[in-house]
Design a protein around this ligand. Sequence first.
Ligand code: PLP
Length: 412
Amino acid sequence: MIFTGFHPNIYKKDVHTALSFLFLPWNWFKLKKGNNTFKVENWLQNYFTVKYAITFDSGRTALQKAIEATNIRYGDEVLVQAYTCLVVSNAINWAGGKPIYVDINENFNMNVEDLKNKITEKSKIIIIQHTFGKLADLEKIIQVAKEHNLIVIEDCAHTIGTKYKGKLAGTWGDIGMFSFGTDKVISSSRGGALITNHEKLAEKIMELNKKLPESTTKTILQNLCNFPIFYIGKALYDFLYLGKIALAVAQKIGLTGKIIYKKEKACHKLNFYPAKYPNALAKILLNQFTKLAEMNNHRQEISAIYDKILQADKIKKPQLLQNEILLRYTILIDNPQKFIQIAKKKRIILGNWYDSVIAPADKYLNMPGTGYQEGNCPKAEYLAKKSLNLPINKDITYTQAKMIAELINNNL
Ligand SMILES: Cc1ncc(COP(=O)(O)O)c(C=O)c1O
């Protein structure tokens, strides 16, 4: 079985670490506090060569606290692209900001002309999202931000390691935000961080972080359980449906953590976050740091295979800049649902990020609660109906990538 998402970054060592926290009693005292969180922050400081790195329980908390740290006042406007995750709009709303949605280009990133049109005297922040790891138009957006005295937060939930003009994504804005969620570049199941060189912003972020509660024991245990359960569940996924059933049961009885909860989709707050990043998950992230370069290289190699084989006349492929590293290889295609179904029959689960301007789009999505109104961003609405993600994670072999590309070509 080939997966696009579904915890694609798990290594055996991560499973061992998770099991050691779950089953070794002397580790139970180190679930929440310990020096791993500081080690993660140090790693980020060194990797990005920044003065400050502060961890959080998730990217969504990190983003909320980044916005709060700018001393945003109720009703101040935060410019953010449409074609994003619902937790982004929740983070803006919960920080007291008002999301203003900016339309996108065919590279799934913010359209600078629409950005200029949407700036008002209430604008305070621009969030630059590097969707699927494709770099946004950094220089132009930052120029607009400077002209209007706006703070720039770079949402790097989909990228760690891509450089533009020799400078890492995440270090271009005033604050860089990262996610270590299940389907991200590196994962500890849940986790997030902010980086900055601004002393004042950093002080405020650290002050906000200090006030946060520890992550709950239940949340930590659920996210640790994700590692052995997904590792085994995926391996046995279609062996008499054992893995599929095990994963569904684990989810149903609350043994595993979820990426996004029903309540969040209804734009309601949950009681276990915002919170601090737990020591146990930080330990897993330290393992993942050692695999970052390997996973990113692999993503580039698999992207190159798709790029070479996919027929360019009927689909639109990502136009990659030199050294760009994608998280998912996303194409524009008529009727992506058709291809999702065709692939499923061949035991390939393709990805649907983002099938809505604010995703995930299911019956629980409270679109009015996000502040998005139909017609705000027509291009984003159109692209959401055309995008299809192909997997490039570490488990995808060159042969599988060729097979996926040919499957798509043959059904165009
Ligand atoms: C673009 C973007 N920003 C931020 C986040 C939030 O990250 P997290 O899941 O760690 O809260 C996500 C999550 O999927 C995302 O896709």
